[in-house]
Every structure is written in C-alpha cells, then in structure tokens.
Write a protein that binds this ligand. Structure first.
Ligand SMILES: Cc1cc2nc3c(=O)[nH]c(=O)nc-3n(C[C@H](O)[C@H](O)[C@H](O)COP(=O)(O)O)c2cc1C
Length: 363
C-alpha cells in the first residue's frame, strides 16, 4: 500500500513531501488521544524490547534519527508511528534558514538520500516552547545541538552551551553534533582539542542540571584511528554515549546516479557497512563502558539486529523511514522480537555486542 503511495509521493520534490507529511504528523502530535490510539497499533511494545541506557528507560531500541523534526514539535506524532524515542534537531541557538533549495535529493536505486539542508531551524527558544508543550511522550526525547553557521569556530563552544541551556528542561538526552557536512568547518570540531573545549563547559552545565546525559555524534568519514581517539576522549570526558554515525561525504556505490553528484551528506542503505563496522570497532575498544547508538542504513529488522549484535545499545533510522513509510518502526521492532525468540535470548539487551568480535564487515 505504502509502495503505491510512495511512487506518487516520489514524483514530487522531497522537501514539499516532507512539509506535507510533517503537517499530518503535527496534526497527530497535537492530539494525545489520537496519538495514543495510533501508537497502540503502530508500536510493537513488549517488555523484552525495553532498554535502559544513560539513566533513561526506552520502551524499545529503535528511535527516529535527528533531522526529521528540526525543532518543529512533531515528536508526538512520531512516537505515534511506533518509534521508542525521537531525537530532534539539529537545533542552533539562533534561528537560521539553512542552505538554498533544492537541498534534498533522492537516489531510489541506491535506497539513499543526499541532503545539504544546513541546519534550517527556528532556534533554541522557539524549540523549547514547542517541546514544553509536547503532550504525548511515551519515550525519551533527545535533542541534537549545533552551532549557527555565522558563529566563528573559536566561539563554537558558546553556541553548544547556549542551545543546551535553552533546552535543558525539555530534553531527556543531548547530542553534540560536530559531524554534519553542511555547515562549513563544523567537522573540524572533531579535532580532540576543539572538542574538549566544547565538551567541558557543556558537561559542567549538564551536571548542574541533574546530570543530563550528553552524547557525541561522529562522522563516518573519520579514519579508524581518529574514531578510536574520540571514543577514548568520550570516555575520559564522562560522556553518556556515542552516536555512530552521521551522513557521509563519500559516495559509496552511487557514482552512476546523476543525483550522486550533488554536494551534501549521503544517508541510507550504502551507509550500513560503514556504520556497522564503526559500531563493532568502538564496542571492541570500549566494551560496555559507553553505550552506542547505531545509525546509518537501517531499513529492516535484519539491519537493526546486525547493528545491535555489532554493539549498538540503541538504533536509529531516518532514510529507511522515508522509504519504508508508516509501518517502518513496527516492522523493525516486531522483527527484532522474532529474532530474539529464534536466538533463545531473554531480551534485546542480551543481544548487544554478540557479534562485535566477528570478522569486520568490509566498508
Ligand atoms: C534530510 C536529512 C537531514 C538530516 N539532518 C540531520 C541533522 O540536522 N542533524 C544530525 O545530527 N543528523 C542529521 N541527519 C543524519 C541522520 O540523523 C542520520 O545520522 C543519517 O541520515 C544516517 O541514518 P539513515 O541512513 O538511517 O538516514 C539528517 C539526515 C537526513 C537524510
């Protein structure tokens, strides 16, 4: 059914469709009774799928990745579609329009997207108001933080701190995003010294707010050794976890499509081998000391199962949801339950990292 609808939707510019679908989701978000009704149909709630991580309880392991709800207050409608948690943002302290359109492109043959949105969002104050009014909230709300495009790199730390301070009361966990390819210079903040300058004041502020968990989201384009160094740094700085990974500036397997030449970050199926390899690598290095949120190319229950067995405590999807439609979360969480039973495991947490030592997947 969705496949039929999708062929029609895919005839229209992706951002127009996003706006149309967002309107429907916003309608549901504003009606908690309707959202609850839908969630009972769209969520595969089962106590064996529940996950505890960084002091929070997640009803299931699958969340919606950052970038769908960029502070617009859609989260209520996304929980209704079965996601166990929603990460909103990236949110910057001040509003900004993002890059000129078009800035989002489909690569259907590859089951991928390329975007160069550039952190279009209404700013932290506006987002705070929207999430304060969030009436339907059956799982944790993550808030992904960024810097404004016109803030110089030397003052980046002030932006992360300002966005955090504005949103601290409405988010359950926070993610430092230094890995989007569409803000010039942003990924340079992944250099250890630049990163420490951001993380230290932020961690102090998070502590003062009752120990709100702060995670770090990395780019899949980092060299393996740099990922190792940043995983160690995350541990040293007392972060709550890592989100692996963001979109890639590489073009794995997609050179033939005209849209592949567009500038921006690629997401979707071509990312899965790299995100799996990254998750397994960090899991091998840090063991269970730091929870990992595995993201990049999760389309099916099998993908999510492999990501969890590679070492992800939680998983997220975005592009798979665009291609898979409203049944995406339910299909994955149901499928995970089946795999759990087939493997004879008592709960999903028992599957985390089972394959971290297996032969690495070739990226
Ligand atoms: C259109 C679009 C916008 C995105 N915006 C953000 C963002 O603002 N902040 C962020 O951290 N990640 C953003 N992402 C990256 C996703 O959160 C995710 O890390 C990436 O897409 C890989 O997952 P996927 O293959 O399931 O899409 C965006 C992705 C897409 C497709």
């Amino acid at each position: 059914m969705y496949h039929l609808l999708r062929s029609l939707l895919f005839l229209v510019d992706p951002e127009h469709i996003h706006r149309f679908v967002s309107g429907l989701i916003r309608f549901v978000a504003g009606r908690p009774a309707l959202a609850g009704f839908l969630r009972r149909r769209f969520a595969a709630t089962d106590p064996r799928l529940a996950v505890s991580a960084f002091g929070l309880r997640f009803p299931g392991p699958l969340g919606l990745a950052a970038g769908f709800d960029k502070g617009e207050g859609l989260a209520g409608g996304l929980y209704a579609l079965g996601f166990s948690f929603v990460e909103v943002g990236t949110i910057t302290p001040r509003p900004q329009p993002g890059n000129p359109k078009p800035r989002m492109f489909r690569l259907p043959e590859q089951q991928a997207l390329i975007n160069r949105m550039g952190f279009n969002n209404a700013g932290a104050a506006e987002a705070e108001e929207r999430y304060r009014q969030l009436a339907f909230r059956p799982g944790p709300l993550g808030i992904n933080l960024g810097k404004n495009k016109d803030t110089p790199a030397e003052r980046a730390a002030d932006d992360y701190l300002a966005a955090f301070e504005a949103l601290a009361d409405v988010g359950d966990y926070f993610v430092v995003n230094v890995s989007s390819p569409n803000t010039p210079g942003l990924r340079d903040l992944q250099a250890p010294e630049a990163l420490r300058a951001i993380l230290r004041p932020l961690q102090a502020a998070a502590k003062a707010r009752g120990g709100k968990p702060v995670l770090l989201k990395l780019a899949p384009d980092l060299a393996d050794e740099d990922v190792d160094a940043l995983a160690d740094l995350a541990l040293e700085e007392g972060l709550a976890g890592l989100v692996l990974a963001n979109t890639t500036i590489g073009r794995p397997t997609a050179e033939d499509e005209p849209a592949a030449k567009q500038a921006g970050g690629m997401s979707g199926a071509p990312l899965l081998p790299r995100s799996l390899a990254l998750v397994a690598r960090v899991r091998r290095r840090l063991g269970s000391r730091l929870p990992i949120v595995g993201v990049g190319g999760i389309f099916t229950a099998d993908d999510a199962w492999r990501m969890i067995r590679a070492g992800a405590t939680l998983v997220q999807g975005y592009t798979g949801f665009i291609y898979g439609g409203p049944g995406y979360a339910r299909a994955i969480e149901r499928g995970l339950l089946e795999r759990l039973e087939a493997a004879g495991l008592p709960n999903i947490e028992a599957a985390v990292g089972l394959d971290a030592d297996a032969a690495p997947v070739v990226p």
